[in-house]
Ligand binder design. Structure first.
Ligand code: PLP
Length: 392
């Protein structure tokens, strides 16, 4: 079984010639090539910046530093290193998701497959592009929220119009890493499309293994250099705390990254975004990001312990603890009470969490993002108060 990218990507996109500008060849001197405003930016406070100039369309400095970081935090053995040529950047990973769907699915013909419960933007983007969505649930009955590998492969093989399989790992709202061996099994047994692993939360799933005395990493980003049918999405919105700059990253084979780069709007990453992103991947910032993820993880256990000790909150949390949130179940799956807790917390206590009780396998569930220690203290206090008021 072999994989041919040419048969997966829509022909006009596969053969795209990227937009070129004079700045691709010349960046210095009197720049009168791009119809910018040479008098400088408005308003006045921005006069000292270069915001009157278009940003760099290629972003090689950021890509090189980020690829280098992922190479250094990897447990997958014997795989060639990533380079900047394996990356394409988007306006958040939401743009990366949309780009993959547009690249591979002919509207009203080809399809994507998702594994519910999962992040809803895959279906939203598919609908916008007039692309049908096939659902193949995760295993929810045993709270494992793992991929049902047999059923997933059977579903993929039954329908040769499916071009993309979206796997969220760690999952949202499940907070659970999908077993890497299962992802590899699917990569090795399905070559009729791309496997897209969305790793938005992966930096919260780093663990120190007490037995081996080694740190374990769960990203499969580096595997794109081995499996041309794999793409991996990451974002600076979560562990880097930079949701406002909107920067998402697609890792792909060099061949696919070239196509995605040819396809994107040339200046999709603003100079402001790029400046912040380059600072975020300097060694000192990376250490800070890791320390911060460790702090969030510690708080996660504290919040979980406090909430599951409350009456009417089930002892067993739902899903995993591999992301920056927890999911708890109210009174063995009481959707009405869970929804009331959610509404009352938001309106009376100004604490906003997320009701997830309508998601597959999540009846009665609330998803709670881990905040700062003082926000978490308030959440715990208000949650407890709200539950006791509502259950009177
Ligand atoms: C699984 C998953 N992927 C992607 C995103 C979107 O990330 P971005 O801010 O990079 O668009 C989210 C946001 O919540 C998410 O949960």
């Amino acid at each position: 079984m072999t994989f041919h990218l040419e048969s997966i990507v829509r022909p006009k996109i596969y053969n795209l010639t990227p937009y070129r500008c004079a700045r691709d060849d010349f960046t210095e001197g009197i720049l009168l090539d791009a119809n910018e405003n040479a008098n400088g930016p408005i308003p006045f406070e921005l006069r000292d910046t270069d915001l009157n100039r278009y940003p760099d369309p290629h972003q090689i400095e950021f890509k090189t530093l980020f690829a280098h970081y992922r190479n250094s935090k990897d447990n997958t053995a014997n795989v060639p290193d990533l380079s900047h040529k394996n990356l394409c950047l988007g306006v958040g990973s939401d743009e990366c998701i949309d780009a993959l769907i547009r690249a591979c699915c002919k509207p009203a013909v080809q399809k994507i497959m998702v594994l519910p419960p999962t992040y809803s933007m895959y279906s939203v983007c598919a609908n916008i592009n007039d692309v049908d969505v096939v659902n193949c649930p995760l295993i929810v009955e045993d709270n494992s929220f793992q991929m049902d590998v047999k059923r997933t492969l059977e579903t993929l093989k039954k329908d040769d119009l499916i071009r993309l399989l979206f796997i969220t790992s760690p999952g949202n709202p499940t907070g659970k890493i999908i077993a890497i061996k299962d992802i590899i099994y699917v990569l090795e047994h399905w070559k009729n499309g791309l496997v897209v692993v969305d790793e938005a939360y992966v930096d919260f799933s780093t663990y120190f293994n007490e037995e081996t005395k080694k740190t374990e990493y769960f990203s499969v980003a580096k595997l794109v250099t081995k499996y041309p049918n794999l793409t991996v999405l990451q974002t600076l919105s979560k562990s880097f705390g930079l949701a406002g700059i909107r920067l998402g990253v697609t890792f792909a084979s060099e061949e696919l990254a070239r196509i995605l780069n040819a396809m994107k709007a040339p200046y999709n990453i603003s100079s402001t975004t790029s400046n912040h992103a380059i600072k975020a991947v300097q060694p000192e910032s990376l250490r800070l990001m890791e320390d911060n993820a460790n702090e969030v993880n510690k708080e996660k256990y504290r919040v979980l312990e406090a909430l599951t000790a409350l009456p009417l909150v089930d002892d067993q949390y739902v899903g995993g603890l591999d992301a920056n949130f927890v999911m708890i179940r109210i009174n063995k799956g009481d959707n009405e009470l869970a929804k009331n807790v959610y509404l009352s917390l938001a309106t009376q206590s100004k604490v906003v969490i997320r009701f997830r009780g309508n998601e597959l396998g999540c009846q009665g569930c609330l998803r709670i993002t881990i905040g700062t220690p003082s926000e978490n203290d308030q959440l715990i206090a208000k949650f407890s108060e709200t539950l006791s008021t509502l259950s009177k």
